[in-house]
Ligand binder design. Sequence first.
Ligand code: FAD
Length: 533
Amino acid sequence: MATKLLLTFSICRLIVTVGLTLDPSELVLLGVDGQLSVDPTDVETASLDFGRLTRATPPLAVLHPASAQDISQLIKAAYRSDFGFTVSARGHGHSISGQAQPQTENGVVVQMSGSRRGSGRKPPQPRVWPRERYVDVWGGELWIDVLRSSLEYGLAPKSWTDYLYLSVGGTLSNAGISGQAFNHGPQISNVHELDVVTGIGELLTCSEEQNSELFHAVLGGLGQFGIITRARISLEPAPQRVRWIRVLYSNFSAFTRDQVYLISLHAEPGSQKFDYVEGFVIVDEGLINNWRSSFFSPSNPVKISSLKSNGGVLYCLEITKNYHESTASTIDKEVESLLKKLDFIPATVFTTDLLYVDFLDRVHKAELKLRSKGLWEVPHPWLNLLVPRSKIADFEKGVFKGILGNKTSGPILIYPMNRDKWDHRSSAVTPDEDVFYLVALLRSALDNGEEIHSLEYLTNQNREILRFCDDARINVKQYLPHYATHEEWMNHFGNKWDWFYQMKMKFDPSHILASGQQIFTPTFPSSLKMVAS
Ligand code: FAD
């Protein structure tokens, strides 16, 4: 009863906010099986994201859907309503710049992850098809739970993100990349089929064969064309264990040469290549810089500080080899023969061996450590760039050594990927070269009185990095992009823009969905009250 009253109050606020007449029964009578909530905690959560850079105008309500039909009903109501309201899917809210928040005063958030709480109908649990080697999952499912369900059948997805507490719909709306992408492609290259509720409220199944335009548009589509309610994800037999190796370089060109060589082996049989290739820059050893690399323990025989030359920077190549206990006897030899071909600093081989699931879930341990020190819920002015291989040395000189001056306030990941593993028909954009790098500046702003850790300082540095790339004609593409102007978005999509726009007009003609990306402005009357960004 209290909830109903609150909801009615919220809907009245909706009418006052937009100054237009809405029949309150429009939302009350939606009759969803899930929960349409105006609980202050839900509303507050939906106004924040991991980036903590902006606090959005609170949404009018948060839908915890029980099914795709609930979402379809909500979007149909938004599309048909005389006054209009926007709908934003929120996965786990791990965006940086408000991408999962409504940018209008009259937005409703669909909380896709964690919607199995409370009583009543709930979204479906993962369903594994062992013979076909795929799993059907709810769009808000977290990858950690996809992994757990698949492992019950001895199977696992092939392509990952470094961190598993992200939603399937959220990463598929971007790309989903990690050290396996050179081999299997990003997560968007490992999907067989999707169920999607479009911006007119239609629930469509799409794949390469069926509604293929929608399928390709949604993958990497930044939530612009529909809400993913089910994804059918490709599986492989799960390895049992992982040999995890790190080696150090002081020479950047030797480091990148070896990385590119390793990813060129993608077509080789398993025994002749690594399964995962990443890398990162080591500037200093504090927790805030190295939370992604808890691997180096004080008991390690090599003192990193004793190796520092080159202005105090080292580059760490991180590689793994998966194996099954039945092949444990050959793993040492395979690793040794691969390492022999690399040009790292001798005697800097750090090795550990662990369960596959522990390797995949490694960043969660770092999260717990940061949380315990109050360093997780801080602003994260992250900048993720895809840099063409031909310019990575210029980038290193201008950014790592130049703008950053070999100082950082968070981990810097750097690893290459093969473009031929990305489907050019998807909405995701990459640099126009066969090999490109992810450079991820994963920095945290700290309120500790030091200017170089402040949010303002780091944000200005990000701008400077983007300006430097422009001036030096390094044609980077932002990963998890964030732009303020229409022109920048057109530039980002390049020759995909016209198609992207056509798909938007076809599947979300009123621009109801994912307004937090700030690509399109809603076209209904109440959108005149768009919140200034
Ligand atoms: P949200 O932030 O909730 O949403 C992101 C966008 O997707 C929004 O526009 C939203 O509207 C839309 N969306 C969400 N769900 C759906 C859906 N079901 N259907 C349609 N649209 C939807 N990324 C990588 O690729 N590799 C990594 O290794 C990696 N590591 C990370 C580690 C950490 C600690 C963090 C915080 C992020 C990391 N990311 C990584 C980034 C991550 O992929 C993005 O934040 C992504 O948006 C997923 O987060 P989310 O599920 O919380 O989505």
